[in-house]
Design a protein around this ligand. Structure first.
Ligand code: HEM
Length: 228
């Protein structure tokens, strides 16, 4: 059985798909994850409450985007500019995400208040020349964070639940530590060093199933890496 993908459905449920070799097919495991899904969490960290109205549309567009993005890992021979059905769906998904970001940026600019999120920090940021970010820079930074912060975390959690389901003794230890240290409250940054077993479980899960297992780079000029 191979892992295919994992998405949160925006309603706090993690949907994990596995491919079966024998008999061939796909099985879907839907896990109720307490609290919000990873898209909602990352959206709140980046945009505060301003993304709430668009969360469903963003989730849908990201679904299409990730599907096409994953395929590109295996299909590098098909250039992005070719108007294939997949390329058109991919571009449409990016346009939908761009529209959502534009809406959020203009809302925030009109309100002008500092919401204590990443968008506020970037809007406040000034370069050495005292100039703020251009619209394109802001869009690129926020889109990168939205993209990198969502799927990676969803995948890491999906694999962790998958592994814990196979190792009930580790699962029991993990919940024992969480109950002992947090006693029912939500964790804070200060709790992280205390949750040592959780830390070990996450690291082992990341070691076995790294969500970002490959990163593509294009060299701009000749260079030597490790003697090659
Ligand atoms: C389990 C969770 C995560 C994993 C496994 C992960 C993994 C990675 C990896 C392997 C890279 C590439 C490093 C390289 O350049 O060689 C990367 C880059 C990056 N990650 Fe993460 N990440 C995670 C969560 C996040 C989150 C939550 C955010 C932000 C909200 C984030 C933001 C970024 C950014 C901005 C980059 C740089 C992208 C660039 O090259 O421009 N990541 N991450």
């Amino acid at each position: 059985m191979d892992f295919v993908d994992a998405r949160d459905d925006g309603g706090g449920r993690l949907v994990v798909r596995h491919r079966l070799h024998s008999p061939p097919g796909v099985i879907i495991v839907s896990t109720a994850v307490p609290g919000p899904g990873t898209l909602e969490i990352v959206a709140r960290v980046l945009f505060g409450d301003d993304m709430a109205a668009d969360a469903e549309e963003a989730c849908e567009a990201f679904g299409v985007f990730f599907e096409q993005f994953d395929d590109r890992f295996g299909l590098y021979l098909i250039p992005e500019w070719l108007p294939t059905r997949e390329n058109l769906r991919y571009r449409k998904a990016i346009r939908r995400l761009d529209k959502i970001l534009e809406r959020v940026f203009s809302q925030r600019r009109a309100r002008g208040a500092d919401s204590g999120d990443i968008l506020s920090s970037l809007l406040r940021a000034r370069g050495e020349n005292g100039v703020g970010m251009s619209e394109t820079q802001l869009r690129d930074e926020m889109m990168t964070l939205f993209f990198t912060g969502h799927e990676t975390t969803a995948l890491a959690l999906a694999w962790t639940w998958y592994l814990l389901a196979q190792h009930p003794e580790a699962e029991a230890k993990l919940f024992e530590e969480v109950d002992r240290i947090l006693a029912g409250r939500a964790p804070t940054v200060q709790d992280i060093p205390l949750l040592r077993y959780v830390d070990g479980v996450m690291k082992e899960s990341l070691r076995l199933y790294p969500p970002a297992y490959g990163v593509v780079r294009e060299a701009l000029e000749d260079c030597e890496i490790g003697g090659y």
